[in-house]
Design a binder for this molecule. Structure first.
Ligand code: ATP
Ligand code: MG
Length: 317
């Protein structure tokens, strides 16, 4: 594998309630800050696996920013294109789990440094040297992010690079015609598509999995990996499908599983591993993430994944 894997998007801290409940309407104990942000978790996982990695983002000139930068650097990520914005606060997310396992968030994103990501010279330089771009759908509504993605993709493809895409989207974005068009343009250039659950059907405009997969492969997407939570994942390409059951673990904190999973699958494939082995490692990365509190605390090295797999049991389908 040569060349860098690059992503663009938000760096945040996460602060978690330590009790279950509906939200944040009264004082209650919290734990954090933890490094977070879906693109940041993804790229941290790439770095931990020993692949060249960089992120284009922005943080404030504050402790929350420093915490994230130090973590990413420690794990081998190039942060030269993370702008430190004087006077801006690093983005944050407060999260509380409801009794049914769903999450209530208070985000400070749009008005934070994460909402001010810009096409700086450093960003252009990192994107210009990328061999692979990972696009997060959640960041595309930001004009600067969308602009960088649109400019980077044709150049990247021209030099033989590749693109992965995790839709990670809210349904409203698909209902907005401009949002839909932006997502479709990325999809048209996608080599590896990484939807989870409902996202597959929403994107393909199909009501059933097989039809959705066929429609997407028809549009030129080369590989699709459908994330199925505790049930594991399935891989689809023109040659067929490969299903891989998940590992049996106790879920402590689900945040970050999809990002660790996607990064691990991508890196394994780029290191030349087969589809089945790559799915197994990716399932292990996702499963390990959910057993550890904190969105980025559960990213793994290959040694940690090997140790996990050696001691783990696969869920019976
Ligand atoms: P996220 O919540 O980070 O957005 P996602 O919706 O993109 O996640 P999931 O399908 O929830 O993706 O999780 C990604 C992968 O992590 C799964 O395919 C599986 O391999 C692993 N995983 C997630 N939850 C569990 C679990 N409870 N037990 C075992 N493995 C899990
Ligand atoms: Mg997801």
């Amino acid at each position: 594998m040569e060349g860098k894997i690059v992503t663009i998007g938000e760096i945040l801290v996460e602060i978690m309630a330590t009790t279950f409940g509906d939200g944040f309407l009264e004082p209650q104990p919290l734990i954090g800050p933890f490094p977070s942000g879906a693109p940041a978790i993804f790229i941290d996982q790439v770095g931990k696996l020993g692949a060249a990695a960089a992120i284009v983002s922005a943080v404030g000139d504050d402790d929350f920013g420093t915490l994230n930068l130090e973590r990413l650097k420690r794990d081998g990520v190039d942060v030269s294109a993370v702008e430190v914005l004087p006077g801006a606060a690093t983005g944050s997310a407060f999260v509380r789990y409801r009794a049914d396992g769903s999450r209530a968030f208070v985000f400070n994103m749009r008005d934070s440094a994460a909402g001010k990501i810009a096409a700086t010279l450093a960003a252009e330089s990192v994107l210009g040297g990328a061999a692979h771009l990972h696009v997060m759908g959640s960041g595309l509504p930001m004009p600067a992010v969308h602009g960088m993605v649109s400019t980077a993709i044709p150049a990247l493809k021209e030099r033989g690079g590749s693109v992965s895409f995790d839709p990670n989207i809210r349904p409203e974005m698909l209902r907005d015609p401009a949002g839909r068009a932006a997502l479709d343009r990325v999809l048209a250039a996608t080599d590896l598509f990484l939807p989870s659950g409902e996202e597959l059907m929403m994107f393909a405009g199909a009501s059933e999995e097989t039809a959705a997969i066929a429609a997407l492969l028809q549009t030129g997407v080369r590989e699709i990996v459908l994330k199925r939570g505790k049930a594991g994942a399935s891989h689809f390409d023109r040659n067929g499908r490969t299903d891989m059951p998940g590992f049996a673990v106790e879920e402590v904190d689900p945040t970050g599983a999809g990002d660790s999973f996607g990064a691990t699958f991508l890196v394994c494939r780029r290191f030349g591993l087969g589809i089945g082995e790559s799915l197994r490692y990716a399932n292990a990365a996702g499963a390990r993430t959910v057993t550890i509190k904190g969105p980025m605390e559960g990213t793994s090295t290959f040694a940690e994944l090997d140790a996990f797999i050696a001691g783990a049991t696969v869920r019976s389908p």
